[in-house]
Design a protein around this ligand. Structure first.
Ligand code: FES
Length: 386
């Protein structure tokens, strides 16, 4: 029975030639199953199947697979599945490699030497479990994997483990915060103070008095500091002003002095403006001069008397009612023409030079003085005849 079910090498080669489409197919190949895999045997093999050696069959198989040395390494690899499936598969369902492997096993005389290799899983069969394994993983890690969500999930033991979304993490954090606040607000009331810790009213009053005293002292210190600060400010301001004045005085010292005295020559009007016997006192304040129209030694004249007492230099007054000059200091008296007649004054008053100017006015020159006791009043420069 085993010989009938097991195809011989000739049958295998014939089936391979038939599948290869060669015209010289052996009659034995016609009896091969129609669903057999297409072996790559070359139909041009001249030897008969029953007389072919193993080397010839291999050469025929190599040439049928497309020939070349490149097909040779694939033969041992394919031998294992061929040998494994050789006992179960029919010749029409075997590939060329399987058939060659079976042929080698047969030629070597032992099928036991060929270890059945586990059948390779098809690609679709391999990919399917991987896809099945990946799908739950993808569903498992669908949510975000941020640290906050993982920590929130770990802290709240009531929730399901594993990563959660950000919204879930925020909701859980809010719930945890609300629970903490509620727990905190529900703290028990503080215990009442013992008697030894309570402050007596007298002690409280004393403490209040001490606080008021401290405030008063602090205010006094602040006021003293403010006063001291103000004093320093005043001192520094005074120093600054003094320094400024000193600088201004130094600057003034750098410039020449300006003559502030009144001019020595000045005009006192026309001679007709003076009535006979009149003493004009309107020039005393500005020039210290009396302009008098009177007579000296019987000659009418207009002259200018210096308003300085010949005693100690005081300024006499003209007394119109007494028609004399009276010194207020020691009582010396002078007549209208300037001759002294009472008091300690040792000599008459002095005259200034006077003349008629080009415009007809009387002009007094204080740079020249004339003394009566030395006869200078006779100098025409000391009077203007009228
Ligand atoms: Fe005029 Fe002495 S100063 S009387």
């Amino acid at each position: 029975m085993a010989d009938k079910e097991k195809p011989s090498i000739q049958d295998i080669l014939a089936a391979a030639r038939k599948q290869d489409g060669g015209g010289g197919a052996a009659p034995a190949a016609e009896s091969a199953p129609t669903e057999a895999p297409k072996p790559a045997a070359k139909p041009a093999a001249p030897a008969k199947p029953g007389k072919m050696s193993v080397a010839e069959m291999l050469a025929a198989a190599r040439s049928g697979d497309g020939g070349g040395a490149s097909a040779e390494p694939a033969a041992p690899a394919a031998a294992k599945p061929a040998a494994a499936s050789g006992a179960a598969k029919k010749p029409g369902q075997m590939s060329v490699a399987e058939m060659l492997a079976a042929a080698r096993a047969e030629s070597s005389g032992g099928e036991a030497a060929v270890k059945p290799a586990p059948a390779k899983k098809p690609a679709a069969a391999k990919a399917a479990p991987v896809a099945k394994e990946k799908e739950p993983v993808a569903e498992k890690h669908a949510g975000p994997k941020d640290t906050a969500s993982i920590l929130a999930a770990a802290r709240s033991g009531a929730v399901k483990p594993g990563p959660i979304t950000k919204a879930e993490a925020a909701a859980r954090a809010a719930e945890a915060g609300a629970a903490a606040v509620k727990k905190k607000s529900a703290a028990p009331p503080m215990p009442s103070k013992p008697d030894y810790a309570k402050v007596a009213p007298a002690a409280a009053a004393a403490a209040s008095t001490e606080r008021r005293g401290f405030l008063v002292a602090a205010t006094a210190i602040f006021a003293g500091t403010f006063f001291l600060t103000s004093s320093l400010a005043i001192g520094f301001s005074s120093l600054a002003v003094t320094t400024l004045l000193w600088v201004l005085g130094s600057a003034r010292f750098m410039f020449p002095n300006i003559l502030t005295e009144p001019p020595t020559k000045f005009k006192v009007g026309f001679p007709d403006e003076y009535a006979p016997g009149q003493v004009a006192t309107k020039f005393i304040a500005q020039f210290g001069v009396w302009v008098v129209r009177y007579e000296y030694n019987g000659a009418p004249e207009i002259y200018a008397l210096q308003s300085v007492c010949t005693h100690l230099g005081c300024t006499p007054n003209w007394l119109e009612g007494e028609q004399k000059f009276k010194c207020p200091c020691h009582g010396s008296g002078f007549y209208k023409d300037g001759i002294n007649f009472e008091g300690p004054a040792p000599r008459p008053l002095e005259r200034f030079a006077i003349r008629l100017a080009d415009d007809g006015q009387l002009e007094v020159d204080k740079s020249r003085r004339f003394k009566e006791e030395v006869g200078q009043w006779n100098d025409p420069a000391s009077f203007v005849s009228v």
